[in-house]
Design a protein around this ligand. Structure first.
Ligand SMILES: Nc1ncnc2c1ncn2[C@@H]1O[C@H](COP(=O)(O)OP(=O)(O)OP(=O)(O)O)[C@@H](O)[C@H]1O
Ligand SMILES: [Mg+2]
Length: 394
């Protein structure tokens, strides 16, 4: 039988758990926009380390938004594109199917797109000149053009009896600073515009995203920043066991315990370990996944992480970063959480002395601050890898 697990990035899981509160708040936001016919007051931005489920959470909200009559528009930002132009293009694509019957509003929308070097023909968006070509507008003009494109898109949606436009921006941290300035200002213009179009923005990014957007535009401190945390034990157990139930396969209690302990609430690791255990067990309906299967899966996943993700993270760390990682790993608990007081005692350095290195490791997505005075490895199991590296080097 085919595995019911979905390890990967942005892949919708068979059973999506533990984000009820997040989804309920997003739902309330959609209701508010639908009810008032006006823009949501602020952008909602989900943050969390890699594999925490940011993309699939945005995806679940997008499905709900579409069900409620919003025209959904999805865009991952990246470090090489002109993200301002890209966002306008995605919005144009989303409303293009409504365009033909929009008359004057559509023509005005197309003129605005043209000022960002974008052309729509039969629903296809064409970029008429690259980001560096002559004739591209300056930052202020780009901001105004993008803002107008967003407002007009919402108006076109309403004109077609849609509730409004819902924009989903993933990988927010990827856009270069000067583009973030334009994007954030354009979005702010839309949210505060006199016309107050029914538009709502949800975004996601790594834990350093709030710092990046606030450096781009200070009003973004009023964004709704929501941290996505690891799954608690009950939710983690559901994510692991429930995908198997429709297939008639069960998990032995000690097998599930072993996997859940190893995954430490990481949604990505639950999918990955679940998948490996399934591949080892090759279950038929009525069969169980046993402790032996789980242990074999854990060994396999550790090997994969060592050779891939962990190796990559270690390679990105400078010698100073590594020294701090080793100290952290030495005092971390089983979930990879370390107390700052223990780290300062071990290294003989004060918290301010460590703050530069700490920031560098947070920016690289390797560690995160979880509570006051506590730092954590973003990936369970990395502490152990770090200790093995330190041992190998000594
Ligand atoms: N709430 C959840 N319940 C069950 N599985 C989940 C949940 N959230 C995420 N997953 C699974 O975890 C994996 C990672 O999810 P996703 O790609 O959304 O993470 P991410 O935070 O966007 O990561 P990245 O920062 O790398 O983009 C996927 O395999 C997904 O199916
Ligand atoms: Mg993602």
């Amino acid at each position: 039988m085919e595995s019911p697990y979905r390890p990967g990035f942005g892949v919708r899981p068979a059973v999506f758990v533990g984000r009820e509160r997040v989804l309920a708040r997003a739902s309330a936001e959609l209701t508010r926009v639908a009810n008032s016919g006006h823009a949501a007051p602020a952008v909602t931005l989900f943050t969390g380390p890699r594999g925490l489920g940011k993309t699939v959470t945005l995806d679940a909200i997008a499905v709900e938004a579409q069900r409620r009559g919003f025209v959904p528009c999805w865009i991952p930002l990246d470090s090489v594109s002109d993200n301002v132009q890209l966002l306008a293009a995605r919005v144009a694509e989303a409303v293009a199917p409504l365009g033909a019957r929009s008359g004057g509003a559509w023509d005005a929308f197309r003129r605005r797109l043209a000022s960002l070097s974008l052309e729509v023909n039969a629903g296809i968006i064409k970029i008429t000149s690259g980001p560096d070509a002559a004739g591209r507008p300056d930052r202020t003009a780009s901001r105004q053009a993008l803002g107008d494109v967003l407002v007009k898109a919402a108006q076109i949606a309403v004109g077609h009896r849609q509730t409004g436009v819902a924009v989903f921006i993933d990988e927010f941290q990827e856009a270069p600073h000067n583009q973030l300035v334009v994007l954030c200002n354009a979005i702010q213009d839309v949210l505060t515009s006199q016309t107050m179009p029914p538009i709502v923005f949800f975004a996601a990014g790594l834990p350093n995203t709030p710092d990046k957007v606030m450096a781009a535009a200070s009003f973004t401190e009023r964004f709704n920043f929501r941290t996505l945390d690891r799954l608690d034990r009950d939710d983690a157990e559901r994510a692991l066991i429930e995908p198997c139930i429709p297939l008639g396969v069960t998990w032995d209690a000690d097998a599930a315990d072993a996997v859940l302990g190893e995954a430490a609430g990481s949604p990505y690791l639950i999918q990955k370990l679940g998948e490996e255990a399934w591949l080892v067990a090759e279950p038929i309906p009525g069969a169980a996944i046993t402790r032996a299967h789980a242990e074999a899966a854990i060994v396999q996943v550790r090997e994969d992480l060592d050779a891939g993700m962990f190796r990559g993270r270690w390679a990105k760390a400078t010698p100073v970063d590594r020294a701090l990682l080793i100290a952290m790993a030495q005092v971390a608990d089983a979930e990879g959480t370390a107390r700052t007081s223990d780290i300062t005692r071990l290294t003989g350095k004060s918290t301010p002395q460590l703050s530069h290195t700490r920031k560098s490791l947070i920016d690289k997505g390797i560690i995160e601050t979880v509570a006051k005075g506590q730092w954590r490895f973003t990936m369970p199991g990395f502490a152990d890898y770090v200790l093995r590296q330190a041992e190998a080097a000594s």
